[in-house]
Design a protein around this ligand. Structure first.
Ligand code: ITT
Length: 197
């Protein structure tokens, strides 16, 4: 079965394609079907609600198997912020760099022992018959006080894994093995196996 990915984020397309290829599933971006596709407004209150809104918008248009990812960073010292607002932390249409600058500013002076954070990823998959399958992955780490590395996307340069390296310093494959997205997609695959094979 081929899947459409409902996202405008190239970093997600790359990672999801890589993980799905390793599971022998094929994915394409919705923009291959409709280059003018407009992502819906994310009006949900949870990662799961927003993932469902994105998946439904593509499913309604195509009636094809669709997956959408809503994800973000929850920082303990900031009471879980930026959370579902991670993409727009520094304002609507903020760049990754602007979001990171705001995060590092907010975390100024926070001691190392209190810099814990986790990435969360909720996936909503809709099958051609309309059945919905959800999965979630979380990955714990720390917020650095400076950027390191050039790989990945989003907050990767300031998210430290237990090895002390940032997500932007490790290979995509290494990230996929431990990341919130890798965990959520592997859980989705387990659920899908019962339905499509
Ligand atoms: P779509 O809604 O079109 O999928 P988006 O980038 O707006 O794209 P989200 O609304 O899910 O996606 O926002 C996710 C935010 O969390 C965004 O700022 C990402 O940069 C960040 N994020 C999510 N996963 C990440 C990861 O693996 N590494 C770094 N940042 C990540």
């Amino acid at each position: 079965m081929d899947f459409l990915i409902a996202t405008s984020n190239e970093g997600k397309v790359k990672e999801i394609s890589g993980i799905f290829a390793s599971l022998n599933l094929k994915v394409r971006s919705v923009y291959e079907i409709d280059k003018n596709f407009l992502m819906p407004e994310e009006t949900g209150k949870t990662f799961e609600e927003n993932a469902q809104i994105k998946a439904e918008s593509v499913y309604k248009l195509t009636k094809m198997a669709t997956i959408a990812d809503d994800s973000g960073l929850e920082v303990s010292a900031l009471s879980g912020a930026p959370g579902i607002y991670s993409a727009r932390y520094a304002g609507e249409n903020a760049s990754d760099g602007e979001n990171i600058d705001k995060l590092l500013e907010k975390m100024k002076g926070v001691p190392e022992s209190q810099r814990g954070a986790k990435f969360v990823c909720a996936i909503c998959c809709i099958l051609p018959n309309g059945e919905k399958i959800f999965s979630r992955g979380e990955c714990c780490g720390f917020i650095s006080n400076h950027m390191a590395g050039t790989k990945g996307f989003g907050y990767d340069p300031v998210f430290l894994t237990s090895s002390g390296k940032s997500f932007a310093e490790i290979s995509e494959q290494e990230k996929n093995e431990i990341s919130h997205r890798g965990i959520a997609l592997k859980e989705l695959y387990k659920k899908l196996k019962d339905v499509i094979y």
